[in-house]
Design a protein around this ligand. Structure first.
Ligand code: PA5
Length: 482
Protein backbone atom coordinates (compact mmCIF):
# COMPACT_ATOMS: atom_id res chain seq x y z
CA UNK A 1 0.00 0.00 0.00
CA UNK A 2 1.30 3.45 -0.90
CA UNK A 3 2.32 5.60 2.04
CA UNK A 4 -0.11 8.39 2.88
CA UNK A 5 0.33 11.67 1.02
CA UNK A 6 2.14 13.79 3.57
CA UNK A 7 3.04 16.52 1.13
CA UNK A 8 -0.45 17.87 0.83
CA UNK A 9 -1.25 17.56 4.47
CA UNK A 10 -1.51 21.09 5.86
CA UNK A 11 -0.03 21.67 9.29
CA UNK A 12 -2.77 20.85 11.79
CA UNK A 13 -1.87 23.53 14.29
CA UNK A 14 0.19 26.62 13.77
CA UNK A 15 1.58 26.58 17.33
CA UNK A 16 3.10 23.35 18.51
CA UNK A 17 4.36 23.31 22.08
CA UNK A 18 7.73 22.11 23.30
CA UNK A 19 9.44 21.13 20.07
CA UNK A 20 12.91 21.46 21.57
CA UNK A 21 14.56 21.60 24.97
CA UNK A 22 18.02 23.04 25.57
CA UNK A 23 19.68 21.57 28.65
CA UNK A 24 22.96 23.25 29.64
CA UNK A 25 23.33 22.03 33.20
CA UNK A 26 26.53 20.22 32.24
CA UNK A 27 28.16 23.45 31.08
CA UNK A 28 28.01 24.99 34.54
CA UNK A 29 30.79 25.10 37.11
CA UNK A 30 28.54 23.15 39.50
CA UNK A 31 28.63 20.22 37.08
CA UNK A 32 32.15 20.35 35.65
CA UNK A 33 34.10 22.52 38.05
CA UNK A 34 35.04 26.21 37.95
CA UNK A 35 37.96 25.70 35.56
CA UNK A 36 35.79 24.04 32.96
CA UNK A 37 32.30 25.44 33.46
CA UNK A 38 30.42 28.71 33.38
CA UNK A 39 29.60 30.64 36.53
CA UNK A 40 26.93 33.11 37.62
CA UNK A 41 29.05 36.09 36.48
CA UNK A 42 29.37 34.55 33.01
CA UNK A 43 25.60 34.29 32.71
CA UNK A 44 25.21 37.91 33.77
CA UNK A 45 27.62 39.09 31.07
CA UNK A 46 25.98 36.73 28.57
CA UNK A 47 22.63 38.39 29.05
CA UNK A 48 24.08 41.74 27.96
CA UNK A 49 25.97 40.27 25.01
CA UNK A 50 22.90 38.44 23.75
CA UNK A 51 20.64 41.45 24.12
CA UNK A 52 23.00 43.44 21.88
CA UNK A 53 23.34 40.58 19.36
CA UNK A 54 19.56 40.15 19.16
CA UNK A 55 19.13 43.88 18.49
CA UNK A 56 21.75 43.68 15.74
CA UNK A 57 19.89 40.70 14.23
CA UNK A 58 16.53 42.47 14.32
CA UNK A 59 17.96 45.62 12.73
CA UNK A 60 19.55 43.62 9.92
CA UNK A 61 16.34 41.65 9.43
CA UNK A 62 14.32 44.85 9.17
CA UNK A 63 16.72 46.05 6.47
CA UNK A 64 16.08 42.83 4.52
CA UNK A 65 19.61 41.51 5.08
CA UNK A 66 18.54 38.19 6.64
CA UNK A 67 15.89 36.79 4.31
CA UNK A 68 16.55 33.21 5.46
CA UNK A 69 14.51 34.03 8.57
CA UNK A 70 11.45 34.70 6.40
CA UNK A 71 11.58 31.44 4.43
CA UNK A 72 9.40 29.46 6.88
CA UNK A 73 6.41 31.70 6.14
CA UNK A 74 6.86 31.80 2.35
CA UNK A 75 3.62 30.04 1.44
CA UNK A 76 4.02 30.73 -2.29
CA UNK A 77 7.14 28.62 -2.61
CA UNK A 78 5.73 25.88 -0.38
CA UNK A 79 2.63 25.68 -2.55
CA UNK A 80 4.67 25.52 -5.76
CA UNK A 81 6.77 22.68 -4.34
CA UNK A 82 3.72 20.72 -3.16
CA UNK A 83 2.21 21.02 -6.64
CA UNK A 84 5.45 19.89 -8.24
CA UNK A 85 5.53 16.91 -5.88
CA UNK A 86 1.93 15.89 -6.55
CA UNK A 87 2.62 15.86 -10.28
CA UNK A 88 6.13 14.44 -10.01
CA UNK A 89 5.26 11.42 -7.91
CA UNK A 90 3.17 10.07 -10.78
CA UNK A 91 5.90 10.70 -13.37
CA UNK A 92 9.21 9.86 -11.75
CA UNK A 93 10.70 6.92 -9.91
CA UNK A 94 13.82 8.85 -8.99
CA UNK A 95 14.84 12.38 -8.13
CA UNK A 96 18.57 13.12 -8.26
CA UNK A 97 19.85 16.34 -6.71
CA UNK A 98 22.96 17.66 -8.42
CA UNK A 99 24.41 20.14 -5.94
CA UNK A 100 27.09 20.55 -3.30
CA UNK A 101 27.58 22.25 0.08
CA UNK A 102 24.55 24.34 0.99
CA UNK A 103 22.77 23.11 -2.10
CA UNK A 104 22.86 19.52 -0.87
CA UNK A 105 23.59 18.97 2.82
CA UNK A 106 20.29 20.21 4.24
CA UNK A 107 18.27 18.15 1.80
CA UNK A 108 20.28 15.03 2.64
CA UNK A 109 19.87 15.68 6.39
CA UNK A 110 16.10 16.21 6.27
CA UNK A 111 15.52 13.32 3.87
CA UNK A 112 17.36 10.93 6.16
CA UNK A 113 15.52 12.25 9.22
CA UNK A 114 11.97 12.34 7.91
CA UNK A 115 11.66 9.51 5.41
CA UNK A 116 12.07 5.89 6.46
CA UNK A 117 15.76 4.95 6.56
CA UNK A 118 15.01 2.32 3.92
CA UNK A 119 13.09 4.74 1.64
CA UNK A 120 15.31 4.16 -1.41
CA UNK A 121 15.28 0.40 -1.14
CA UNK A 122 11.57 -0.03 -0.51
CA UNK A 123 9.35 -1.48 -3.18
CA UNK A 124 8.02 1.33 -5.49
CA UNK A 125 4.38 0.80 -4.54
CA UNK A 126 5.02 0.68 -0.82
CA UNK A 127 7.15 3.81 -0.98
CA UNK A 128 4.63 5.79 -3.04
CA UNK A 129 7.16 8.57 -3.73
CA UNK A 130 10.25 8.78 -5.91
CA UNK A 131 13.57 7.65 -4.51
CA UNK A 132 15.90 10.55 -3.69
CA UNK A 133 19.63 10.62 -4.38
CA UNK A 134 21.83 13.56 -3.43
CA UNK A 135 24.87 13.56 -5.70
CA UNK A 136 27.10 15.97 -3.80
CA UNK A 137 30.48 14.80 -5.01
CA UNK A 138 32.25 14.26 -8.31
CA UNK A 139 34.02 11.04 -7.53
CA UNK A 140 33.45 9.28 -10.86
CA UNK A 141 32.74 6.00 -9.08
CA UNK A 142 30.08 7.52 -6.84
CA UNK A 143 28.42 9.43 -9.65
CA UNK A 144 28.53 6.42 -11.99
CA UNK A 145 26.78 4.34 -9.34
CA UNK A 146 23.93 6.85 -9.10
CA UNK A 147 23.58 7.09 -12.89
CA UNK A 148 23.59 3.31 -13.22
CA UNK A 149 20.89 2.99 -10.57
CA UNK A 150 18.53 5.60 -12.07
CA UNK A 151 16.80 4.94 -15.39
CA UNK A 152 16.98 8.30 -17.24
CA UNK A 153 13.44 8.00 -18.58
CA UNK A 154 12.04 7.74 -15.03
CA UNK A 155 14.25 10.32 -13.37
CA UNK A 156 14.08 14.02 -12.59
CA UNK A 157 17.48 15.68 -12.19
CA UNK A 158 17.26 18.74 -9.93
CA UNK A 159 20.31 20.88 -10.68
CA UNK A 160 20.80 23.22 -7.70
CA UNK A 161 23.34 26.01 -7.78
CA UNK A 162 22.80 29.56 -6.65
CA UNK A 163 25.83 30.87 -8.52
CA UNK A 164 25.64 28.52 -11.49
CA UNK A 165 29.44 28.65 -11.33
CA UNK A 166 30.25 25.67 -9.12
CA UNK A 167 32.59 23.33 -11.02
CA UNK A 168 31.31 20.16 -9.35
CA UNK A 169 27.64 20.82 -10.00
CA UNK A 170 28.18 22.21 -13.47
CA UNK A 171 30.21 19.19 -14.56
CA UNK A 172 27.45 16.86 -13.31
CA UNK A 173 24.88 19.00 -15.09
CA UNK A 174 26.77 18.80 -18.39
CA UNK A 175 27.09 15.02 -18.13
CA UNK A 176 23.39 14.55 -17.40
CA UNK A 177 22.26 17.08 -20.03
CA UNK A 178 24.16 15.28 -22.77
CA UNK A 179 22.96 11.84 -21.65
CA UNK A 180 19.36 13.01 -21.67
CA UNK A 181 19.78 14.61 -25.11
CA UNK A 182 21.37 11.50 -26.58
CA UNK A 183 19.06 8.94 -25.00
CA UNK A 184 15.71 10.70 -24.91
CA UNK A 185 16.06 13.57 -27.40
CA UNK A 186 16.34 17.36 -26.99
CA UNK A 187 12.66 17.91 -26.12
CA UNK A 188 12.71 15.33 -23.30
CA UNK A 189 15.35 17.36 -21.48
CA UNK A 190 12.59 19.70 -20.35
CA UNK A 191 10.75 16.85 -18.63
CA UNK A 192 13.80 15.54 -16.83
CA UNK A 193 15.59 18.67 -15.65
CA UNK A 194 14.59 21.09 -12.94
CA UNK A 195 16.96 23.98 -12.41
CA UNK A 196 17.04 25.73 -9.03
CA UNK A 197 19.15 28.89 -9.21
CA UNK A 198 19.33 32.66 -8.82
CA UNK A 199 16.19 34.34 -10.21
CA UNK A 200 18.19 36.67 -12.49
CA UNK A 201 21.87 35.86 -12.75
CA UNK A 202 24.23 33.12 -13.84
CA UNK A 203 24.64 30.66 -16.67
CA UNK A 204 21.87 28.35 -15.40
CA UNK A 205 19.32 31.17 -15.46
CA UNK A 206 20.49 32.07 -19.00
CA UNK A 207 19.96 28.47 -20.11
CA UNK A 208 16.54 28.34 -18.44
CA UNK A 209 15.49 31.43 -20.38
CA UNK A 210 17.04 30.37 -23.69
CA UNK A 211 15.77 26.78 -23.65
CA UNK A 212 12.53 27.10 -21.68
CA UNK A 213 13.71 24.73 -18.94
CA UNK A 214 11.70 24.21 -15.77
CA UNK A 215 13.11 26.24 -12.90
CA UNK A 216 12.69 27.48 -9.35
CA UNK A 217 14.27 30.61 -7.84
CA UNK A 218 16.59 30.83 -4.84
CA UNK A 219 15.66 34.11 -3.13
CA UNK A 220 18.39 36.75 -3.43
CA UNK A 221 20.29 37.18 -0.19
CA UNK A 222 19.75 33.59 0.94
CA UNK A 223 23.18 31.91 0.97
CA UNK A 224 23.64 28.19 0.33
CA UNK A 225 23.97 27.00 3.91
CA UNK A 226 20.91 29.00 4.99
CA UNK A 227 18.80 27.89 2.03
CA UNK A 228 17.40 24.49 2.97
CA UNK A 229 13.92 25.89 3.60
CA UNK A 230 13.83 27.61 0.18
CA UNK A 231 13.20 25.80 -3.12
CA UNK A 232 16.69 24.31 -2.66
CA UNK A 233 15.43 21.82 -0.10
CA UNK A 234 11.66 22.06 -0.37
CA UNK A 235 11.35 20.85 -3.97
CA UNK A 236 13.37 17.61 -3.74
CA UNK A 237 12.09 16.89 -0.23
CA UNK A 238 8.44 17.33 -1.23
CA UNK A 239 9.07 15.06 -4.22
CA UNK A 240 10.39 12.40 -1.84
CA UNK A 241 7.27 12.64 0.33
CA UNK A 242 8.45 14.89 3.17
CA UNK A 243 5.73 16.91 4.89
CA UNK A 244 7.11 20.34 4.03
CA UNK A 245 4.08 22.15 5.49
CA UNK A 246 4.87 20.86 8.99
CA UNK A 247 8.61 21.32 8.47
CA UNK A 248 8.02 25.00 7.72
CA UNK A 249 5.50 25.38 10.55
CA UNK A 250 8.11 24.12 13.03
CA UNK A 251 10.72 26.49 11.60
CA UNK A 252 8.26 29.40 11.80
CA UNK A 253 7.68 28.54 15.47
CA UNK A 254 11.44 28.80 16.06
CA UNK A 255 11.44 32.29 14.52
CA UNK A 256 8.49 33.21 16.74
CA UNK A 257 10.23 31.86 19.87
CA UNK A 258 13.32 33.85 18.93
CA UNK A 259 11.47 36.90 20.31
CA UNK A 260 11.93 35.52 23.86
CA UNK A 261 14.34 37.26 26.28
CA UNK A 262 17.97 36.03 26.17
CA UNK A 263 18.00 33.56 29.04
CA UNK A 264 14.90 31.72 27.81
CA UNK A 265 15.75 31.96 24.10
CA UNK A 266 17.19 28.70 22.75
CA UNK A 267 18.85 30.12 19.63
CA UNK A 268 20.45 33.01 21.55
CA UNK A 269 21.59 30.72 24.33
CA UNK A 270 23.04 28.10 22.00
CA UNK A 271 25.11 30.82 20.33
CA UNK A 272 26.09 32.55 23.57
CA UNK A 273 27.03 29.44 25.53
CA UNK A 274 29.24 28.13 22.77
CA UNK A 275 30.79 31.58 22.36
CA UNK A 276 31.71 31.64 26.06
CA UNK A 277 33.03 28.08 25.98
CA UNK A 278 35.27 29.02 23.04
CA UNK A 279 36.48 32.40 24.19
CA UNK A 280 36.49 32.08 28.00
CA UNK A 281 36.96 28.37 28.57
CA UNK A 282 39.33 27.74 25.68
CA UNK A 283 37.21 25.06 24.00
CA UNK A 284 37.72 25.65 20.26
CA UNK A 285 35.85 22.51 19.16
CA UNK A 286 32.19 21.58 19.32
CA UNK A 287 31.28 17.93 18.84
CA UNK A 288 27.75 17.52 17.46
CA UNK A 289 26.58 14.09 18.53
CA UNK A 290 23.03 13.00 17.75
CA UNK A 291 21.86 9.78 19.40
CA UNK A 292 19.74 8.80 16.40
CA UNK A 293 20.62 7.30 13.02
CA UNK A 294 17.92 9.46 11.45
CA UNK A 295 19.66 12.63 12.69
CA UNK A 296 23.17 11.54 11.70
CA UNK A 297 23.31 13.84 8.69
CA UNK A 298 22.05 16.82 10.69
CA UNK A 299 25.55 16.81 12.20
CA UNK A 300 27.00 17.04 8.65
CA UNK A 301 24.69 19.90 7.76
CA UNK A 302 25.51 21.68 11.03
CA UNK A 303 29.24 21.19 10.41
CA UNK A 304 29.05 23.21 7.21
CA UNK A 305 26.73 25.82 8.70
CA UNK A 306 28.91 26.44 11.77
CA UNK A 307 32.36 26.08 10.21
CA UNK A 308 31.81 27.96 6.96
CA UNK A 309 29.87 30.73 8.72
CA UNK A 310 32.11 31.29 11.73
CA UNK A 311 35.57 30.30 10.53
CA UNK A 312 36.82 33.73 9.49
CA UNK A 313 40.13 35.53 9.04
CA UNK A 314 38.80 39.05 9.35
CA UNK A 315 36.72 41.02 11.84
CA UNK A 316 33.97 43.37 10.68
CA UNK A 317 36.33 46.36 10.98
CA UNK A 318 38.70 44.69 8.50
CA UNK A 319 41.38 43.73 11.02
CA UNK A 320 42.99 40.30 10.75
CA UNK A 321 41.88 37.49 13.05
CA UNK A 322 41.54 33.71 13.19
CA UNK A 323 38.04 33.10 14.50
CA UNK A 324 35.81 30.05 14.82
CA UNK A 325 34.77 26.98 16.73
CA UNK A 326 35.36 23.74 14.84
CA UNK A 327 32.22 21.61 14.60
CA UNK A 328 33.00 17.89 14.58
CA UNK A 329 30.41 15.27 13.76
CA UNK A 330 29.86 12.15 15.82
CA UNK A 331 27.07 9.62 16.27
CA UNK A 332 25.78 8.05 19.45
CA UNK A 333 26.03 5.32 20.52
CA UNK A 334 28.39 4.20 17.71
CA UNK A 335 31.10 6.75 18.49
CA UNK A 336 31.13 5.88 22.18
CA UNK A 337 33.21 2.97 20.93
CA UNK A 338 35.37 5.10 18.67
CA UNK A 339 35.72 8.78 19.67
CA UNK A 340 34.61 8.95 23.28
CA UNK A 341 37.94 7.93 24.83
CA UNK A 342 39.46 11.08 23.33
CA UNK A 343 36.58 13.30 24.44
CA UNK A 344 36.87 11.89 27.96
CA UNK A 345 40.62 11.95 28.52
CA UNK A 346 42.24 13.74 25.58
CA UNK A 347 42.85 17.49 25.18
CA UNK A 348 40.42 19.68 27.13
CA UNK A 349 39.46 21.54 23.97
CA UNK A 350 35.92 20.33 23.28
CA UNK A 351 32.33 21.01 24.20
CA UNK A 352 30.00 18.14 23.33
CA UNK A 353 26.48 18.87 22.09
CA UNK A 354 24.17 15.87 22.32
CA UNK A 355 21.03 15.74 20.23
CA UNK A 356 18.44 13.42 21.68
CA UNK A 357 14.93 12.16 21.12
CA UNK A 358 12.77 11.44 24.14
CA UNK A 359 10.82 8.86 22.20
CA UNK A 360 11.65 6.96 19.01
CA UNK A 361 9.17 6.47 16.16
CA UNK A 362 9.53 2.74 16.42
CA UNK A 363 10.20 0.45 19.33
CA UNK A 364 12.17 -2.77 19.36
CA UNK A 365 12.03 -4.74 22.56
CA UNK A 366 14.85 -6.95 23.69
CA UNK A 367 13.29 -10.33 24.49
CA UNK A 368 12.88 -11.42 28.09
CA UNK A 369 15.46 -14.18 28.01
CA UNK A 370 18.64 -15.11 29.89
CA UNK A 371 17.18 -13.84 33.19
CA UNK A 372 19.73 -15.89 35.10
CA UNK A 373 22.78 -14.27 33.42
CA UNK A 374 23.88 -11.07 35.21
CA UNK A 375 25.63 -9.67 32.11
CA UNK A 376 22.40 -9.93 30.09
CA UNK A 377 19.46 -9.84 32.46
CA UNK A 378 19.45 -6.01 32.86
CA UNK A 379 18.79 -5.81 29.08
CA UNK A 380 15.99 -8.30 28.93
CA UNK A 381 12.54 -6.84 28.33
CA UNK A 382 13.92 -3.30 27.75
CA UNK A 383 13.64 -1.19 24.58
CA UNK A 384 16.53 -0.35 22.23
CA UNK A 385 15.46 3.32 22.29
CA UNK A 386 15.47 3.26 26.08
CA UNK A 387 19.00 1.81 26.09
CA UNK A 388 20.20 4.41 23.57
CA UNK A 389 18.80 7.25 25.69
CA UNK A 390 20.33 5.94 28.91
CA UNK A 391 23.65 5.69 27.06
CA UNK A 392 23.34 9.38 26.11
CA UNK A 393 22.52 10.40 29.69
CA UNK A 394 25.22 8.15 31.14
CA UNK A 395 27.84 9.50 28.74
CA UNK A 396 26.95 13.12 29.55
CA UNK A 397 27.23 12.41 33.27
CA UNK A 398 30.54 10.56 32.89
CA UNK A 399 31.95 13.44 30.83
CA UNK A 400 30.79 15.94 33.46
CA UNK A 401 32.38 13.96 36.30
CA UNK A 402 35.61 14.12 34.33
CA UNK A 403 35.35 17.91 33.92
CA UNK A 404 34.23 17.67 30.29
CA UNK A 405 31.36 20.10 29.52
CA UNK A 406 28.36 19.26 27.38
CA UNK A 407 24.91 20.53 26.49
CA UNK A 408 21.90 18.78 24.99
CA UNK A 409 19.23 19.61 22.44
CA UNK A 410 16.34 17.25 23.03
CA UNK A 411 13.17 16.93 21.00
CA UNK A 412 10.20 14.88 22.26
CA UNK A 413 9.89 12.82 19.06
CA UNK A 414 11.33 13.21 15.56
CA UNK A 415 8.61 14.99 13.56
CA UNK A 416 8.67 17.32 10.56
CA UNK A 417 7.79 20.27 12.80
CA UNK A 418 10.39 19.32 15.41
CA UNK A 419 13.13 19.04 12.80
CA UNK A 420 12.15 22.37 11.20
CA UNK A 421 12.35 23.94 14.66
CA UNK A 422 15.78 22.44 15.36
CA UNK A 423 17.32 23.48 12.03
CA UNK A 424 15.92 27.00 12.13
CA UNK A 425 17.13 27.43 15.74
CA UNK A 426 20.64 26.42 14.68
CA UNK A 427 20.58 28.81 11.70
CA UNK A 428 19.45 31.68 13.94
CA UNK A 429 22.17 30.75 16.45
CA UNK A 430 24.80 30.81 13.72
CA UNK A 431 23.97 34.37 12.68
CA UNK A 432 23.91 35.47 16.33
CA UNK A 433 27.33 33.86 16.81
CA UNK A 434 28.59 35.98 13.90
CA UNK A 435 27.61 39.09 15.87
CA UNK A 436 29.25 37.82 19.04
CA UNK A 437 32.52 37.10 17.24
CA UNK A 438 32.18 40.35 15.28
CA UNK A 439 32.55 38.62 11.90
CA UNK A 440 30.36 38.22 8.81
CA UNK A 441 28.70 34.77 9.03
CA UNK A 442 27.18 35.00 5.56
CA UNK A 443 30.28 34.98 3.35
CA UNK A 444 33.02 32.40 2.66
CA UNK A 445 36.03 34.20 1.17
CA UNK A 446 38.39 31.44 2.30
CA UNK A 447 37.18 28.91 -0.27
CA UNK A 448 37.98 31.07 -3.30
CA UNK A 449 41.74 30.58 -3.60
CA UNK A 450 41.49 26.80 -3.94
CA UNK A 451 38.88 27.24 -6.67
CA UNK A 452 41.23 29.56 -8.57
CA UNK A 453 44.05 27.00 -8.50
CA UNK A 454 41.62 24.37 -9.80
CA UNK A 455 40.53 26.68 -12.63
CA UNK A 456 44.18 27.24 -13.53
CA UNK A 457 44.96 23.52 -13.48
CA UNK A 458 41.88 22.75 -15.58
CA UNK A 459 43.04 25.31 -18.18
CA UNK A 460 40.29 27.89 -17.65
CA UNK A 461 40.88 31.09 -19.62
CA UNK A 462 42.29 34.00 -17.56
CA UNK A 463 43.56 31.68 -14.80
CA UNK A 464 46.89 30.79 -16.47
CA UNK A 465 48.83 32.56 -13.68
CA UNK A 466 47.31 30.21 -11.09
CA UNK A 467 48.54 27.17 -13.03
CA UNK A 468 51.98 28.75 -13.24
CA UNK A 469 52.04 29.43 -9.49
CA UNK A 470 51.04 25.85 -8.78
CA UNK A 471 53.55 24.31 -11.15
CA UNK A 472 56.39 26.39 -9.74
CA UNK A 473 55.71 25.11 -6.23
CA UNK A 474 55.34 21.56 -7.54
CA UNK A 475 58.64 21.70 -9.42
CA UNK A 476 60.44 22.62 -6.18
CA UNK A 477 58.70 20.08 -3.98
CA UNK A 478 61.35 17.84 -2.50
CA UNK A 479 59.69 16.30 0.56
CA UNK A 480 57.97 13.44 -1.23
CA UNK A 481 58.41 9.74 -0.61
CA UNK A 482 57.20 7.30 -3.24
O1 PA5 B 1 26.95 27.79 1.83
C1 PA5 B 1 27.41 28.12 0.75
O2 PA5 B 1 27.25 29.26 0.28
C2 PA5 B 1 28.21 27.14 -0.08
O3 PA5 B 1 28.41 25.95 0.58
C3 PA5 B 1 27.46 26.84 -1.38
O4 PA5 B 1 26.20 26.34 -1.09
C4 PA5 B 1 28.24 25.87 -2.26
O5 PA5 B 1 29.52 26.36 -2.49
C5 PA5 B 1 27.51 25.67 -3.58
O6 PA5 B 1 27.31 26.89 -4.22
P1 PA5 B 1 26.28 27.04 -5.40
O7 PA5 B 1 24.91 26.83 -4.86
O8 PA5 B 1 26.48 28.42 -5.90
O9 PA5 B 1 26.63 26.00 -6.43
Amino acid sequence: MAQKSEVNAKSKSSKVENLLTLDYNNLTSEAVGPENGLEAADFTSLKGLLTTAAKDFNNKRKKGLLPFADLPTDQVMAKACRKLADEGRKKYENVVVLGIGGSALGTAAIFKALRPLNHNIQDNKKRGWPRLFVADNIDPEGFAAILEETDLSKTLFNVISKSGATAETMSQFMIVYERLRKSLGAEAIKEHLLITTDPENGVLRRLVKAQGLKSLPIPPGVGGRFSVLSAVGLAPLALAGVNIADLLAGAAQAVEDFKAPPMSNKALLFAGLNYLMTTKKNRPSLVMMPYSDSLARVADWFGQLWNESLGKGQLLDGSKAAIGQTAIKALGATDQHSQLQLYMEGPRDKTICFIGLEEFRCQIKIPTIFKDQDELSYLSGRGLGELLNYERLGTAKALAENGRPSLALVTPKLTSAGLGYLLQTLMLATVISGSLYNINPLDQPGVELGKKFTYGLMGRRNFEDMAERYNKIKANAKYIVS
